[in-house]
Write a protein that binds this ligand. Structure first.
Ligand code: FAD
Length: 412
């Protein structure tokens, strides 16, 4: 009997496990997953803006683990790829015919000086680690500089650091605080978003809201006590400060004073991948971009946040990756061949631009805008523009599709 071992019971691991159970009920499936809880992270953006209950983002792992799957409650600690074995933290060795590596990624605040100490305390918050704290910070904000930033590493859902900024701006307006607030977005890149029609709309949103953009800013240090975020400016980039926020210099670093800071921490593959021969030079699982097969081991596949794929790390991307990886595994098991269907880098980023407003970025490896034709059923014909119906999609429809269809192995 073919045995597929899956590392990780997150979005990628469980979508895979349930689809295997559905399409190949005679295959044996084992999932290594230490957590008792499964989280739907995309709604954390809304939790941070007090528009969604945190409790509703989580369910007991036992309730979502597909029937017939053997669940090993432990961490994978080492992949012995030459022996087709995985060793767990508690010392169990599990063999496999095919391995799906899907342990997600880890937050790495230690990559920015001072961030480990500052994150989650006082006015330094992140939807990536504790969205309830983000709301506490927004609720208690009384005006001043509201600074939003993101790291130079790849991150989950690249748009999330902006989404909370647009919601915060909306909240400050409702509280009558916007006049005495400077909203600043400092980012390492040179554009607001990589997909052109989406970038156009977002620039209009930024202008309408009076947000101060600072590109080419690489976060290097956070001083939580003095409330200063220190950035290195990309070579050749000069600082300009038309809105008069308080800044200072320390060598080649520019410090921006803040009264609240939201950031995405730096992110990395889990250690047991990053420090293994399965990783590429940047530390991510080294898979083929089209087949999702590991570049050195034909019976290992990588999906989700851990994979070295040059597209946005999202659950939406996983929805398209899983069928490709599984088709390849099924064909390899039956006919020792790979499918000729390839993953095209599809990913999607629901860019919330305020309460009741959203733009839906869908794109491929080349950053082509590729809206889903099914959006027309919702009477959305131009998802690169702000819509109330897209907000409903994010808040009500996608979570239901996730829990009731995607996690149950139904393709949507
Ligand atoms: P995860 O879902 O993180 O799951 C990884 C699993 O592996 C976890 O259960 C973990 O316990 C387990 N694990 C970890 N280490 C080990 C180990 N050593 N052994 C075994 N198991 C292990 N996506 C969207 O599509 N749309 C959005 O709007 C969106 N917004 C987001 C907003 C925020 C604030 C965040 C944080 C994420 C957002 N995402 C969004 C991204 C999306 O949630 C992730 O891309 C997705 O959850 C990744 O799935 P994964 O299975 O790769 O990892």
């Amino acid at each position: 009997m073919t045995h597929i071992l899956i590392i990780g019971g997150g979005a990628a691991g469980l979508m895979s496990a349930s689809q295997i159970r559905r399409h190949k009920p005679d295959f044996q499936v084992t999932v290594i997953e230490p957590s008792e809880t499964h989280t739907y992270q995309p709604t954390w953006t809304l939790v941070g803006a007090n528009s969604y209950n945190f409790e509703a983002t989580q369910r007991p792992m036992a309730s979502v683990m597909p029937e017939g799957v053997h669940w090993v409650k432990d961490y994978a600690a080492e992949i012995k790829a030459d022996a087709n074995e995985v060793v767990t933290r508690q010392g169990q060795t599990i063999g496999y015919d095919f391995l799906i590596v899907a342990p997600g990624l880890v937050m790495a605040p230690e990559m920015v000086e001072g961030l480990t100490e500052a994150l989650g305390k006082g006015v330094v918050c992140s939807n990536y680690t504790n969205p309830r704290h983000t709301w506490e910070v927004l609720k208690n904000f009384k005006g001043g500089t509201a600074l939003f930033t993101q790291p130079t590493t790849p991150i989950k859902c690249g748009g999330a650091p902006q989404k909370i900024m647009y919601l915060a701006d909306d909240h400050f307006r409702k509280q009558g605080l916007r006049e005495q607030t400077k909203v600043v977005f400092a980012a390492p890149g040179g554009v607001i978003f990589g997909v052109k029609p989406i970038a156009k709309t977002l620039m209009e949103v930024v202008d309408r809201k009076g947000i101060h953009l600072r590109f080419k800013h690489q976060l290097r240090k956070v001083d939580g006590e003095k409330r200063i975020a220190w950035f290195k400016l990309a070579d050749g980039h000069e600082e300009h400060n038309p809105v008069g926020i308080t800044t200072e210099r320390d060598g080649n670093l520019v410090g921006i004073h803040f009264d609240m800071l939201h950031l995405a921490p730096p992110q990395a593959a889990p250690n047991f991948i990053r420090e293994s021969p399965l990783a590429n030079a940047a530390g991510w699982l080294d898979v083929d971009h089209g087949t999702l097969q590991h570049k050195a081991y034909a019976n290992i596949f990588g999906i989700g946040d851990v994979a070295a794929l040059p597209t946005a790390k999202t659950a939406a991307a996983i929805r398209k990756q899983v069928p490709i990886a599984l088709e390849n595994i099924f064909l390899l098991a039956d006919q020792k061949a790979l499918s000729n269907r390839h993953y095209n880098g599809y990913s999607s980023c629901p860019l919330v631009t305020g309460y009741g407003k959203m733009v839906l970025a869908e794109f491929d490896y080349d950053n082509n805008f590729t809206p889903d034709p099914k959006l027309k059923q919702m009477l959305v014909f131009n998802s690169d523009k702000e819509h109330l119906r897209l907000w409903w999609l994010k808040k009500y429809i996608l979570p239901r599709l996730y829990w009731n269809k995607m996690l149950k192995g139904k393709r949507v």
